[in-house]
Design a protein around this ligand. Structure first.
Ligand code: BDR
Ligand code: CA
Length: 277
């Protein structure tokens, strides 16, 4: 199995991404590293622990990463999981004492895939400290569009300098909003999967329903993790990019693989099968 570390700020779509990885034999979940983002680091870390307990994986360590100003409680709820984090079991066992950069330094091997599905703060710190990521898959950015400002996607907006470091030094596969906003997990999907997971989605659904013409949720982070599980799920194309001070993905001189397309009906069926209990 492919060793996988998920750097995450759970977050409802992060929860789907983590569950997808935990229920996929193609990957071996090495750790969850946490970052502020959708909510505070305290909440994202606790959510990561609880999700692992729900998934029967308290053996997977959770490594606390960077704190920062959080900002999407309107989307993901005050607790980051639609006000439903308490429906997941508590888990004190999984917390790893130690620095996240050192954890990456010690545990990222030539085979390891790192999927970074929150603000890029931990990954940027590691890159600055000389850690190399042989395969880094990042959910973030939008080409000519945003979901937090007109031009900036949330993960890149939350720490533009870190996103810039990752684009310039990390040789990532970038899974942008342009693709993920086409990946709608519709009510039929939510009905078919683990009810504990779909039980986390009400706040997020209501938020999206108020500003879109579809029903359901966007599973941004799970789309990125799917590429870690089955390489080739997403169609990649090389772009020359950079990140500006607002966190917008813009044209530049740094070579990045951008996920441009996927067979979403097929991927949705795959996720549905993996996530149903
Ligand atoms: C990204 O922002 C977060 O709110 C989601 O979890 C996802 O990682 C989408 O823009
Ligand atoms: Ca996320």
């Amino acid at each position: 199995a492919i060793p996988l570390i998920i750097d995450t700020d759970p977050g409802v779509d992060d929860a789907f991404a983590i569950a997808l990885a935990a229920r996929s034999p193609e990957v071996e979940l090495v750790a969850l590293t946490t970052v502020f983002g959708n909510v505070s680091l305290e909440h994202t870390t606790r959510n990561a622990q609880r999700l692992l307990a729900h998934l029967g994986r308290t053996d997977v360590p959770v490594v606390r990463g960077a704190e920062g100003p959080s900002g999407a409680a309107d989307v993901h709820g005050e607790d980051g999981l639609g006000g439903r984090a308490h429906t997941l079991p508590e888990n004190d066992r999984a917390l790893h004492e130690g620095d996240v950069v050192e954890f990456f330094r010690e545990h990222v091997t030539a085979e390891t895939v790192v999927a970074a599905i929150g603000p890029q703060t931990n990954i940027a710190r590691a890159l600055e400290a000389g850690v190399e990521f042989p395969r880094l898959i990042v959910m973030g950015g939008g080409l000519g569009l945003g979901n937090t400002t007109e031009r900036a996607e949330f993960n890149f907006w939350a720490d533009p300098a870190a996103a810039r470091t990752v684009i310039r030094k990390g040789r990532p596969v970038v899974v942008p909003l342009n693709l993920t906003q086409r990946c709608i997990a519709d009510p039929a999907f939510l009905d078919a999967v683990d009810p504990v997971l779909s039980g986390l989605t009400d706040t997020y659904r209501a938020y999206l329903a108020g500003r879109s013409d579809y029903e359901g949720i966007l599973v941004h982070d799970a789309v990125a993790v799917a590429e870690a599980i089955i390489p080739g799920t997403l169609t990649l194309k090389t772009h020359l990019l950079d990140v500006d001070d607002e966190g917008a993905l813009v044209e530049g001189k740094h070579q990045v693989e951008v996920a441009e397309d996927t067979d979403w009906p097929a991927l949705k069926t795959f996720m549905e099968q993996r996530l149903s209990v």
